[in-house]
Design a protein around this ligand. Structure first.
Ligand SMILES: *[C@@H]1O[C@H](CO)[C@@H](O)[C@H](O)[C@H]1NC(C)=O
Ligand SMILES: *[C@@H]1O[C@H](CO)[C@@H](O)[C@H](O)[C@H]1NC(C)=O
Length: 348
């Protein structure tokens, strides 16, 4: 940018020779930094991007599942309150989800399923001293009429019964649960909310200044949703509401990936699956998924190759992790650190 009119700034051609190598070095440095920068905000992370091994080690984090299960207003509630909780988190699943997906099977919840991403969100929450309440939707997905009143009533009743009604209340909803939480935020006072892989229902609501700070955790590969989220963030910001986003991008599978994230799936079967996916072309030569886990016929390939999962229900767990790696539309716990930082920074 030439600064004409400002005589005190030396123009370019005024540099003496001894400064030229410095300037060239400087320019090269800028070039390198910009290449690195633009490379990093591209869709693909570098192949050295490592996904944490995170089935959760309870000797490192003193958190264990011992949830309470109860029925109320025709639906099931599963919840756990850590010692000295500092906040309350309501979690809303997506379509086809249930409260049982968030918790590992245990004597206190024999029907629990513990999907890998859901369970890790709960473990993170408990480790950070959030009381966690999960409720199943009445239908396949959440609805936006009477169900809002029922859930509002359940949450109010539950926090009072457990004497934690004074604690800050936050919510995280994924997909259908994200739409639901975006609307529920007009019925209940949340300290902040996280909408995961959901743009929210903002085109159908009147948003006021006291709408809670909203974090969008999304997968920009879903371009349609990304555009909607950009619009909604802009609209919320214009109303003076604090908004932020976390973008989740695809990453490559490794032989140990499934074992690292799914309890009950060992490394042998994990690397067998990895090899099969590579042989079948489900993943490319760098390990990236070529399509969504729901779209590829990996279960048929397993049968054809006589690979037997240790437990039948693990196929949901595997599909979830494949969807996560493809990064188009899936629940994710990978961003739990920043998500809970967001909740904690909006709790006063
Ligand atoms: C869990 O953490 C402990 C302590 O850091 C370590 O000794 C142990 O090997 C870990 N277990 C697993 C399964 O990673
Ligand atoms: C939920 O159940 C409680 C107790 O049975 C009842 O008092 C309350 O009215 C119900 N709420 C709704 C919205 O139906």
């Amino acid at each position: 940018m030439p600064s004409r009119g400002n005589k005190s700034v030396k123009p370019w051609h005024g540099t003496n020779n001894s400064q030229v190598p410095v300037l060239i070095t400087f320019l090269i440095l800028i070039l390198v930094v910009s290449i690195l920068f633009f490379h990093n905000i591209g869709e693909k992370p570098s192949s050295s991007f490592r996904i944490p091994k995170q089935t959760w080690n309870s000797s490192e984090y003193p958190v264990q599942f011992h949830p309470n299960v109860e029925f109320r207003n025709g639906t099931d509630l599963i919840w756990q309150i850590p010692d000295s909780p500092k906040a309350v988190l309501f979690l809303a699943h997506g379509c086809n989800g249930r409260a049982v997906n968030f918790w590992d099977r245990s004597p206190s919840c024999p029907n629990c399923i513990g999907l890998p991403e859901e369970r890790l969100i709960v473990l993170h929450a408990l480790a950070r001293k959030f009381a966690v309440l999960t409720i199943s939707s009445a239908g396949r997905c959440w609805s936006f009429g009477e169900e809002r009143l029922i859930i509002k009533g359940i949450i109010r009743w539950w926090v009072e019964k457990n004497k934690i009604e004074k604690l800050p209340l936050v919510a995280l909803g994924a997909s259908s649960g994200g739409y639901f939480v975006s609307v529920l935020a007009t019925d209940l006072r949340f300290g902040s909310i996280t909408l995961m892989i959901a743009e929210g229902m903002f085109d159908q609501m009147d948003i006021t200044k006291d709408y809670p700070p909203t974090l969008f955790v999304h997968m920009p590969k879903d371009r349609y949703r990304k555009v909607k989220i950009d619009e909604n963030m802009e609209a919320l910001r214009n109303k003076g509401i604090d908004v932020a986003e976390i973008k989740c991008i695809e990453f490559p599978l490794s032989p140990s990936f499934l074992a690292d994230r799914i309890p009950g799936l060992d490394r042998t079967i994990s690397s067998k699956l990895f090899e099969l996916f590579r042989d079948k072309g489900f993943i490319d030569k760098n390990g990236y998924m070529r399509n969504d886990g729901r779209a590829i016929r990996w279960k048929a390939a397993l049968r054809e190759n006589k690979i037997i999962l240790p437990e039948k229900h693990l196929d949901h767990h595997i599909t979830e992790e494949l969807n996560l790696a493809f990064a188009y539309h899936e629940m994710t716990s990978l961003q739990s650190g920043p998500i809970f930082d967001w909740f904690e920074s909006h709790m006063h």
